[in-house]
Structure formats: structure tokens, C-alpha cells
Design a protein around this ligand. Structure first.
Ligand code: ATP
Length: 616
């Protein structure tokens, strides 16, 4: 306890003056596997920096907030800034879809949200990729960056900021940040020789490589490189990082990834080189134009420069005051080390607050290998969107892959899931109910949905499930959130089947009145689904909401409060029933004498009739 208190005091001293070396870090000797060279610092002095203090953000959690993400400020969420060595693939889309769903959910909660995405455009791989296309790096970046923007539009990604690391405001901020770290005594110059993976843009430890010094991620041999570079004194931050993670275990999520990060740190942090002599396509090192800043040291700062409002005169301080720190860095597990180790240490060195959480999700895989641009084993998101539409693509990956774990894609599974859940459970229920309402009630609700009073079993079920979905969204369990919402649809279908309103209508009198009320109750459940599922399938949910007689403005301005039971009013006129989600047909044709089944997928604009509709 006393030791902890002592450490807190030491932390506090350091926090008040981040330029003062942290007492813990000073006890840790950097590993000297480099030959240091005399090095002359730039003109930024410690005293001029001391006014630029920053509060070290501890990632505490409260009882109302079990994952530490919510503290009353804006909710700032980022995707990785994707590397423009090649166009986006389904892996890149996966992170962005998840981030979009989380951002939309936070907006539903009434939060001010800043959703940041963008492209990482410097480095050796980009220059090589451009040359391979017969292009220059700048043109190449424009083309690929635009491909990302186009895909995000097609996938209905509602980002707030798109940062390109070739943007001049970014360059200014990177240089300023570099100078801060330099002034803090955390940059030195040394020779380094080691095995380098160009695809990871990272020096590797021999022990983490496969035979023939192959990178385990990219399956390509690393090359021996010797460079005279500037280094960041990561090792100085070892103890401080350890303490940060111990005190703020929510910082790295899911929790099993925290162990991974803690064991990297425990195994000993090495200083890493933050400049390259061999790469022209990058931001020049301040005061040394012969070197460019290492692409990761540059790219991570994109999360800060994205916040800078002023394109012309941006500086670190103004960017920071526009929303830093980030609430959630959403990334794939491949870049966890950069975000959960390098980045916090860099921020500590510059005296800036840490992000509140880094969530490293799993991989979409193909034959067990990470789908990636460098391996070229990617799934084309444009094809999927063209064939199946954005709602189906968004829903499938968020529902099917448990967020945090790896997941494999199969077209059959894709078709089965979206047909069963979106076309049948939700779409068909709406269509059946509206069909009955049209035939028997002139498409008009006979009562408010509060006719199902508190304590009504069906209403209770819906209320419990929607609350469950909220808790899952908050905890970033996106698949479980979808599952809970779909359960509402299942409950609605069971209610419909048990009550069989089509036959009650035939009886007339009280039975007919009861059937009309049943329809109101089922439609209320569908209204709640339309709000609750909107972070995942925004267009589909709007189509549902629209058919329930609401305007687009009402849909766009709806908040999570609208998931409370009681939103439908007697006399409200529903739209004509029209299928809201086209069923995908997967026709197995045996065209060659039974030797191989040929699959043809057609997206037909029809929903099969079920008993309820047929009876209606
Ligand atoms: N297979 C995948 N599954 C899930 N997310 C992925 C996948 N591939 C890329 N991503 C997302 O993109 C990020 C990496 O972006 P990057 O632009 O480096 O793409 P990449 O395809 O992994 O590149 P490369 O194959 O060259 O390493 C990951 O951290 C993750 O957010």
C-alpha cells in the first residue's frame, strides 16, 4: 500500500511535469544493443515545453460504466489508418463496419461522437507499390485513398473525419510531436543491424520468425538491414507501462489480449528506431533531411492530427484540445503492440493523455491465415456489397464473428444467416403483420401499443431483450447485441404463431378486435427492433421504420430512448407492406451429371410467403 502510494506521488510529480523523467523509468537502463553516437538536439528547449503540460489520463471505470469508455466527454473512436499499399479488402472493411456500429450506437445514446478513419500513406511499401503500378507515390496514394472513401460510402460508414497522413496539417503535428519527445530526452541516434520485415515495416527478433527468417504474418523472409537511425527510448517506459496496465486493466481489450501485452512488456522493451535513411517517401526528420520519420511513428499521430480543425495552421495543442484523448482505438490484433505499447510510451514522453481503451479484434481468415493485402488472400468487399447490399454484409460479419475472436468466411453461411435472420425473422414478420393489418384494419392501428401494459409477458420479454442488447453494445459484444435483438424477432414470430390473428379475424367480434390489438403489439416489437438494430443495419432499419408510418427525420433523430415500449399510437397509418429485405437465393444446380454441384446466387426481389401471409 505504502509502496503504491509512493508510486502515485512519483507519478503525480511526473504528470505535473512530464518533461521530468519519470522516477520509475530512470531506474530502467535502456538495453544497449546499439552503438550510440553524439547527437545534437533541436532548438526546442525543456523550458519552452514546460508550459505544455498534459494530464495523464488514467483509465478508471465506474460502476455505471463497466468498461471505462464513458466519462461524459465526446466519444472519440478510431479505426486504424489503413496502409495504402493496396486497395481495401474485407478485413479493412470489418474494422470499419464495427467502428461504425459502435459510433452509431453511441450517437443513439445521445453522445457527441467523433469517428475517425483514414489512410496511412508514407513508407517504403507505398513507394514500392506505386513504382510497381508505374505511378508516383503521391498519385498512388490519391487513388487508393479514394478507393477507401468509396467503399466506406457503399458500406454506409458515417465517419466524421478522414485523415490522410500526407495532409500538411499532419506533417506539422508529427514534427511538433517529434520535437517534444526529443526535448524530453527520449530520442538518440545509433547504428542498428537487424532483420527487417518490409510488410510489417518493423525490425523483428529472430526468435519470433519462422524458418528462413520468414515473418509469421506475411510468410516472406525478412532482410538483414543496417542503418544509422534515430531511436525512441521505449525501454525507459517499461515500468511505467507495466504500472499503467496493472492499474487500468481495461486499457487493453478483450481482456485476454491484456495478458499478451503484459507478457511483451515483461519480456523487456527495446528502444526502436523511428527514422529511416533508405526511405524518401516520408516526413523528414526535423533538422536532418537525410532521414524520414518511421512510418509508424508518423501514422499513429494521425489520430491526433485528424482532430485538428484548421487545415492551414494546425498545431499539436489545438488538435489535442479538439477531442483528445480518444475513447477507443479499434484495431486488429496484428497492430496491438504498436497501439498498446509503443503509442502509450510515445504519448507519455510527449506529456499527452493516453487513450482510454485499445480493443484488438480478431482476424477474418482464409484457410486459417489472416486475410491481408500483402498475402493477397483477400475477400473483395465491393463484390459482396454489389451482390448482397450493405446491410447483409454489415450484419453477417458483426453477427457471425464474435467480436475479439477470429472468424472464417463462407458464402453458404453468409446466405443462410442473412436469409434466416434479416429476410425471415425480421423482414417476413413485418410483411406478414402489415399484410394482415392492411386486409383487416385498412393499415391503421386500432390502439396505442401501451395496450400491452407493464407486466404483459410479451412486452416484458421485449423489454428484457432490448436492455440485454444495450448492455452488449456497451461492452462491445456486437454479436451478442445482434443476437438479443434477433430474439425479439423470434419472440414476435412465436407470438404471431400462437395467437394466429388470421384465424381470429375470421371469427369476427371480440376475437377480431383482439387480433387487431395483437398486430399493434407485434408492430411495436418491430419498431423497437428498427431502433435497436440500426447501428448494424441502418438502411434496413430505416425501411422498417418508414413502413411503420414514421418519417426519415424521425428515424434520423431517434435515440435509444425510443426503444422504450409504447411508441406506436392508435390511428397511426402504416405504409403498404413491401419486402424490406430481399431474400438471397442459393440455388444448387446439378448441371454436370452430379459430379459437382454448381452454386448460383441470385438476389431476387421477393420474400417467400409463409403461413401468416398466405392466410391473410
Ligand atoms: N484479415 C483481417 N481481419 C480483420 N481485420 C483486418 C484484417 N486485415 C486487415 N484488417 C484490419 O486492417 C488493419 C491493418 O491494416 P493494413 O492496412 O495494414 O491492412 P493489411 O491487409 O493487414 O495489410 P498487410 O497484409 O500488408 O499487413 C488491421 O489492424 C485490422 O484493423
Amino acid at each position: 500500500m505504502a509502496a503504491k502510494m509512493n508510486q502515485s506521488i512519483q507519478n503525480a510529480i511526473w504528470l505535473l511535469n512530464p518533461l521530468h523523467h519519470h522516477p520509475l523509468s530512470s531506474k530502467v537502463k535502456p538495453r544497449l544493443h546499439f552503438r550510440r553516437q553524439p547527437f545534437f538536439v533541436s532548438s526546442t528547449s525543456s523550458s519552452s515545453m514546460s508550459s505544455k503540460r498534459a494530464l495523464f489520463c488514467t483509465c478508471t471505470s465506474s460502476s455505471a460504466d463497466n468498461n471505462g469508455l464513458h466519462d461524459g466527454g465526446p466519444f472519440v473512436i478510431t479505426t486504424p489508418l489503413y496502409y495504402v499499399n493496396a486497395p481495401p479488402h474485407m478485413g479493412s472493411a470489418y474494422t470499419t463496419i464495427a467502428a461504425d456500429a459502435i459510433a452509431r450506437f453511441q450517437r443513439l445514446l445521445g453522445k457527441k461522437v467523433v469517428f475517425i478513419t483514414g489512410t496511412d500513406e508514407h513508407g517504403e511499401k507505398i513507394a514500392t507499390a506505386a513504382a510497381a503500378q508505374g505511378s508516383n507515390p503521391s498519385e498512388h496514394c490519391n487513388v487508393i485513398s479514394q478507393a477507401y472513401k468509396t467503399l466506406w460510402k457503399d458500406l454506409e460508414i458515417a465517419y466524421d473525419k478522414f485523415i490522410r497522413t500526407t495532409n500538411p496539417k499532419h506533417e506539422a503535428i508529427v514534427k511538433e510531436f517529434y520535437s517534444r519527445v526529443l526535448a524530453n530526452g527520449d530520442i538518440y541516434r545509433a547504428n542498428y543491424e537487424g532483420l527487417y520485415c518490409v510488410n510489417c515495416e518493423e525490425y523483428k527478433d529472430e526468435k519470433e520468425l519462422l524458418d528462413n527468417n520468414c515473418c509469421p504474418m506475411h510468410l516472406k523472409p525478412c532482410v538483414m538491414r543496417k542503418e544509422d537511425n534515430y531511436f525512441f527510448a521505449l525501454s525507459k517506459y517499461q515500468k511505467l507501462l507495466e504500472a499503467t496496465l496493472t492499474e487500468n486493466p481495461n486499457f487493453v481489450q478483450p481482456s485476454f489480449r491484456l495478458n499478451e501485452v503484459q507478457s511483451w512488456i515483461k519480456s523487456g522493451l527495446r528502444d526502436f528506431s523511428i527514422s529511416r535513411t533508405s526511405v524518401d517517401w516520408g516526413i523528414p526528420v526535423p533538422n536532418d533531411n537525410r532521414q524520414t520519420i518511421y512510418v509508424w511513428f508518423d501514422a499513429l499521430l494521425g489520430y491526433v492530427s485528424a482532430l485538428a480543425e484548421d487545415e492551414e495552421q494546425s498545431n499539436l495543442e489545438s488538435a489535442i484540445s479538439s477531442g483528445w484523448p480518444v475513447s477507443l482505438h479499434l484495431i486488429g490484433k496484428d497492430i496491438l503492440r504498436f497501439h498498446a505499447v509503443y503509442w502509450p510510451a510515445m504519448l507519455m514522453s510527449a506529456g499527452l493523455s493516453l487513450p482510454k481503451m485499445v480493443f484488438g479484434h480478431g482476424f477474418l481468415t482464409k484457410d486459417g491465415m489472416k486475410m491481408g493485402k500483402s498475402l493477397g488472400n483477400t475477400l473483395e468487399p465491393n463484390d459482396l456489397v454489389r451482390k448482397f447490399g450493405p446491410d447483409a454484409v454489415r450484419y453477417f460479419f458483426l453477427r457471425e464473428v464474435e467480436f475479439g475472436n477470429d472468424g472464417d468466411y463462407s458464402e453458404d453461411r453468409f446466405i443462410n444467416i442473412v436469409n434466416a435472420h434479416l429476410a425471415n425473422t425480421v423482414g417476413n414478420l413485418l410483411n406478414r403483420t402489415l399484410g394482415l393489418l392492411k386486409k383487416n384494419c385498412q393499415s391503421t392501428l386500432v390502439a396505442d401499443s401501451t395496450i400491452a401494459a407493464e407486466g404483459n409477458v410479451f412486452r416484458d420479454t421485449v423489454e428484457k431483450l432490448v436492455e440485454k442488447a444495450r448492455v452488449h453494445y456497451e461492452g462491445l459484444s456486437l454479436s451478442s447485441a445482434c443476437e438479443a435483438i434477433l430474439e425479439i424477432g423470434n419472440a414476435g414470430n412465436s407470438y404471431m404463431d400462437e395467437r394466429a390473428p388470421w384465424s381470429l379475424f375470421k371469427q369476427g367480434g371480440d376475437a377480431s378486435e383482439a387480433a387487431a390489438k395483437d398486430l399493434v403489439i407485434i408492430l411495436e416489437a418491430l419498431r423497437i427492433i428498427a431502433i435497436a438494430l440500426s447501428p448494424v443495419t441502418p438502411s434496413l432499419c430505416w425501411r422498417i421504420y418508414g413502413q411503420l408510418g414514421f418519417s426519415k427525420d424521425e428515424f434520423d433523430s431517434a435515440t435509444w430512448i425510443e426503444t422504450k415500449w409504447g411508441g406506436l399510437k392508435g390511428g397511426q397509418v402504416m405504409a403498404q407492406p413491401k419486402p424490406v429485405f430481399a431474400r438471397i437465393e442459393n440455388r444448387m444446380e446439378d448441371e454436370d451429371g452430379g459430379e459437382a454441384a454448381k452454386k448460383e446466387v441470385k438476389n431476387k426481389d421477393k420474400v417467400p410467403q409463409t403461413q401468416g401471409v398466405a392466410e391473410a
